[in-house]
Every structure is written in structure tokens, then in C-alpha cells.
Design a protein around this ligand. Structure first.
Ligand code: ZN
Length: 275
């Protein structure tokens, strides 16, 4: 999102068509450009407002914070800055919530927190959210936006890929659905682990999704890549994700999928979902 024109940031330039748009108009339109349909990046609170009933997330383990196991230069300073900027202890929030009345465990990543990177805390919270979904037999929904593993934690970060994937294996055995919503941008270690393991994977129009950057791949394979490479629509066409959904429709689509995956009598009996 580019701040443009006025000092108070009331006008924003669209990255899709360069149109200058009034913030209030954008806000009322889910931060989708009224001219070209470009989906602006939005903070976690906006997804909470868009997806969850009464914009309520009963957040758990909010105080969980990273150590500096490798004493990586400047990591502590980076953490401090990210905490100040976001008001969060680390880059992911999770807890219980409802989507059109359906109870879910919901997780949401904050890209502003060191690029949404997955260190030990983000990985642990993803794992805990999966475990909670399994214990309570509640579907899991996670919105992810990330540049990948957090290099300041080295191997501790990389281990989170295996940990979250293993937890999802157990969730699958318990037949509890997981809807993964990777949004712009979602790449590398996150896209290569839990975010790609949803029973249903939904993204937004134009979102950048993938593993390595296009330039790196291009140099490695020595071929020119198509222009739309790594965009959500391209990933959909090639079977890596299941749906590309307009932001304004996200909540209804998620609720509809969950109601299809869960048995009709679930609300009354609280019985486990059978998918
Ligand atoms: Zn536009």
C-alpha cells in the first residue's frame, strides 16, 4: 500500500491501476480498488472484522514471545521494533471465534511483524491452534501472509515446518477440516508447510504465492517465466490452491464450505465432524 498525495494518508495510490483513491471509499469496499479490483494488503484486524462474527477473536497465548537462541546480531532489536510497531508479542494470533455462527479455531498472521516470518513462536502457536482444533473437534481456519522462516532463529525456525505439518497430520486423522487462506504475499517456508496443507486452500485475486522468488527460479532453470507466475490465479490453474475468492465474499465462502464439511446435526449434539 502506497501512501500518496496528502500528509494524513487519506489518499492511497492503487498498485494495480495507479488510480488515487480515497481511504474512506476503499475502507467501505474491503480495501479493494473500485476501479480495477486490486486487493490492497490489509492488517490482521481487518481480516478479523471481515471474517469473524462481531469481529471477535478470543485470543490465546498472546504473550508468548521469542527468545534469541542463536544470539543473532540485531534480532533482539528487530523484535523490539516489531512489537512496538504492531502491539503484538509475535507475528501470529490465534483463538476461538465464530464464522456465521460456526465455531472455529482461527489464526491470523501479521506481515508487519518481521515480514510475517515463522520463528519458534509463530510455529508453536500454529501447532497449538491445530491441537486446540483437534481437542475441541472444531474446524481450523488460518489466514497466512509471510516471507517464510525467520532466519534469526535458524534451525529453530525451519523445524516449525515439520512440527506444524506433523500436527496437521494428526488433525487429518481426527477428520477435522482445515481451511488455509494464504493471502498476499505468502511464500517460502510457510507456503511450503502448513499453509499448503489445507483441506481447502483459498486465496484472494492477484495474491503472490510461492516458494522461491521468480528471479531465483528463473536463474536456476534458465527459462523465462510467464508474467502471471506465482499469482493466485496461476496457482489455481495448476492445482496448487482450490479457490480464488473476492475478499468481500470470503466469510460466506468459508462458512459455506464448513457447513458442507460438518454434519448437519453438529450444532445440536456437538458431535465430531465427519469429513
Ligand atoms: Zn486499481
Amino acid at each position: 500500500m502506497t501512501k500518496a498525495q496528502t500528509p494524513d494518508g487519506q489518499w492511497l495510490r492503487c498498485d494495480g491501476c495507479n488510480e488515487i483513491l480515497y481511504r474512506k471509499t476503499l475502507e467501505a469496499n474491503f480495501y479493494i480498488c473500485t476501479r480495477c479490483g486490486h486487493h490492497f494488503r490489509i492488517p490482521p484486524q481487518s481480516y478479523i472484522e471481515i471474517l469473524l462474527d462481531d469481529a471477535e477473536l478470543d485470543e490465546l497465548d498472546a504473550g508468548l514471545s521469542a527468545k534469541d537462541p542463536l544470539r543473532f546480531p540485531q534480532y533482539r532489536e528487530k523484535l523490539k521494533q516489531a512489537r512496538q510497531k504492531t502491539g503484538r508479542a509475535d507475528g501470529l494470533g490465534y483463538g476461538r471465534a465464530r464464522v456465521n455462527g460456526i465455531p472455529v479455531v482461527f489464526g491470523i498472521m501479521d506481515f508487519r511483524f518481521i515480514g510475517g516470518s515463522m520463528g519458534s513462536v509463530v510455529g508453536e502457536k500454529v501447532a497449538r491452534s491445530i491441537r486446540l482444533a483437534r481437542e475441541e473437534r472444531t474446524p481450523l481456519v488460518i489466514v497466512s501472509t509471510s516471507g517464510g522462516a525467520r532466519m534469526y532463529e535458524g534451525m529453530y525456525s525451519l523445524m516449525q515446518m515439520a512440527k506444524t505439518s506433523a500436527e496437521l497430520g494428526l488433525l487429518r486423522q481426527s477428520r477435522i477440516p482445515f481451511i488455509s487462506i494464504p493471502v498476499d504475499p505468502c511464500t517460502a517456508g510457510v507456503m511450503a508447510s502448513y499453509a499448503s496443507l489445507g483441506d481447502v486452500i483459498i486465496s484472494e485475486p492477484g495474491a503472490l504465492l510461492g516458494f522461491a522468488g521468480a528471479r531465483v527460479i528463473q536463474e536456476t532453470i534458465g527459462e523465462k517465466l510467464p508474467e502471471e507466475f506465482q499469482r493466485a490465479e496461476f496457482m489455481l490453474k495448476h492445482g496448487l490452491i482450490d479457490m480464488v475468492v473476492q475478499r468481500r465474499d470470503l466469510k460466506d465462502v468459508v462458512a459455506r464450505i464448513l457447513s458442507m464439511l460438518l454434519p448437519a446435526d453438529r450444532e445440536e449434539t456437538g458431535e465430531p465432524g465427519s469429513v
